[in-house]
Design a protein around this ligand. Sequence first.
Ligand code: CA
Length: 537
Amino acid sequence: MRGRQCSSTAICEAGRKPDSGSAKTASLLDSPGQSGTVKSQPIRPRAQTMIYESQPGAVFVKRFPRFVLLQTLVWCCLVICLCLNAVSVKAAPAQPNIVVVLVDDLRWDELGCMGHPFVRTPHIDRISREGARFRNAFCSTPLCSPMRACLLTGRYTHNHGIFDNINRSEHSHTLKTFPQELQKAGYATAYVGKWHMGNDDTARPGFDHWVSMKGQGTSFDPTLNINGERIQFKGHTTDVLNQKVNEFVKAQGEKPFCLYIAHKALHPELTQRDDGSITDPSAAKFMPAKRHEKLYSDDAIPRRLNVVDTLEGKRALKRTVPGLPPLSQKTGTSDEVIRDRLRMLAGIDEGVGSLCELLESQGKLDDTVFVFTSDHGYWYGEHGLSVERRLPYEEGIRVPLLVRYPPLIKAGTLIDEFAVSVDLAPTMLDLAHVKTDQKYDGRSLVPLLKGAHPADWRQSFLVEYNSDTVFPRLVKMGYKAVRTPRWKYIQFNELTGMNELYDMQHDPYEMQNLINDPAAKETVKQLQAELKQLMKD
Ligand SMILES: [Ca+2]
């Protein structure tokens, strides 16, 4: 029961090594097929052992007094190093500041620290280099509105009730979000950016400071609702949001704060109507800031091996859709659209840099938990897909997840256990030492961030999508899926006889559907039972 064997991604083959002082083999490990199988490898400080290694001849010196002298010197150096180390690592504050930077539609592999061959994200890479990088982080619903609710509530979509991108403004006012709990615990809380759980731009409960826009917002000259007052600004929306972020940080005193920044970038320019439909069905107009328009013009766009997927076995994707060509290499995303998305990312990277610099100048950076992630991925032609998102193939559900917090996390920590977006809320509350009665589907990532490998860590997670009608190709493709280190099982809600099963170890590019392989019968049964359990939990 083996699929086609692929050993590494096209990006890794063409790209530079991921940014990490320790990850010499990371480019291979970053390929999807390696997921969930490798333990974390934090960089271990070598200073103490180096003292002995750098004095190899010391113990062979014949004159005893000199040996004693050397030995004493070595011990003195060791003690001094240990003291310096103790001084440099600050104790974790009881209530650290919290910053979450959420990018819209950013793939997991679009950062310098993920090994991308040319994109420049030095400030985001710093979060990874000085903190932890999750190599198997996933979203649980690869669609804007539901995913945003998963991140804020710590619940799976079937539990929080923001099922799709239809205007669910009213319901979104009732969500039980983690900033509400932080606010109750004494935090100053701020939301800056795209809310998009409904088109309503008014403040949601739990935020002392509110800066947001209607629905999907615009790429330029945004009208922002700032604490109830609508003001139009000039310029690129990413820049305006970055400015609002820094204004909030500058206004803070000693009280701990939680700042949730949800960028409009890298989302295309369009309006989503109340019924979920969009004004530009091509959904391919990505608008970077003027100063970034020429970035990467000469760089060749890397593609993954599954852009040549014949879709054999993918009956749902092979359905004939009136007015649309069959999925193929021609229906994927163009090089220039990909460049425009990466150009939009440049503005976010600058904002991360400016925010870190500001926090550093205030002496607050190391007392701040700094999280960088995205809501879900995007297609660059894998399986012939482009704008549709929503589907549970790796490029759509993998997300970047970086966390910097020096008092707790060793610089350069790499984590391979499954992290899921529903983990964000309980993790933030755990770091802030806030107890709550709220129920979470996710689990605190703190033990992993500390370098532990809990024996009972999850070996599976749920991905779910409820059918919507925005993209004709995906009509009735709602599904529930379960991902384990070895398998991915996709069970469509409405389409019968079209389910899919992939062996993620031997077929990481998901090109051979094994659902009808007699040898997979028992595996399917087990995964169906697992799926049932995940829906029940
Ligand atoms: Ca999105």
